[in-house]
Design a protein around this ligand. Sequence first.
Ligand code: UD2
Ligand code: MN
Length: 282
Amino acid sequence: NNSVNVISNHTKPVLPDCPLVPPDLNGKISVDMTVYSEKELAAKLPLVKNGGTYRPSSCAPRHKVAIIIPYRNRRTHLSILLNNLHPFLQKQQLDYGIFVTELAPQIDFNKALAMNIGFLEAAKKYGYDCFIFHDVDLIPENDNNMYTCPDNPKHMSVAIDKFDYELPYVKLFGGVTAMRKEQFEAVNGYSNKYFGWGAEDDDMYARIRTVGLAVTRYTSDVSTYRMLPHPPGYKNKNRLRLLETGTDRWKHDGINTIKYEVLTTVRQRLYTYILADIDQDD
Ligand code: UD2
Ligand code: MN
């Protein structure tokens, strides 16, 4: 070949990698509890692209992160979370996208099922390497709490005001958690069977330990959250029986067995909304 290195004119200028530690983090931040309208919110977050994605323009981001929010009938919480989370993630210089996943109204609420679907749909859209599963009502209070995925699944909502900023129990893996794509696939995602409140997070904790991974946490002074008030969820009566049989069920109860249909995907201004249906008789 004539080995002339042609610099074609459409190559983007190579950006320097973003610094390992983002430069302008402040540590403790105050939560803005204002409930803005969608229009006001869109106007105050101009850097967010339609569908709720963003990537830094001055440096090459080190992390591609999908935020998966299981959702039903929590509009005010979502508005407050988006208002606080977008600036927070931009300061951390992440290449991120926010996905809000809801099950069709006739399906009993099932948080883990919604998160499995959110994972599968987000992974189809972009090469995310890190997935943060995020309760809609948890607002981070410290921006050193990096929304990235270390080499073990990370439990991020360690200290919550509702629980007096104490970890309720050491095996808790609910609230806000981070898993690399390959870690989530190694545990076959969440169980699909926990309809109603409770224990789907404990089931995931057991899967993580079964495959030889561990749960890691940042210190509680960094991993602090405000939980927005809400009525208690309707308890799933057979959650404990499901949990007991979890370890011998996990290989055929998760993202490899889930049967769902996406009814609609809407690129809202500040997030991607996914509405899915399942055939509940399976
Ligand atoms: C705890 C866990 C949560 C989950 C739940 C048991 C923490 C901090 N949180 O949450 O992760 O394990 O127990 O299932 O440990 N949701 C809706 N609409 C609803 C109900 C739930 O959108 O009507 C979503 C929403 O994202 C919410 C999440 O599911 O944050 C968990 O439900 P919750 O906040 O009502 O339950 P909570 O606070 O006991
Ligand atoms: Mn809650």
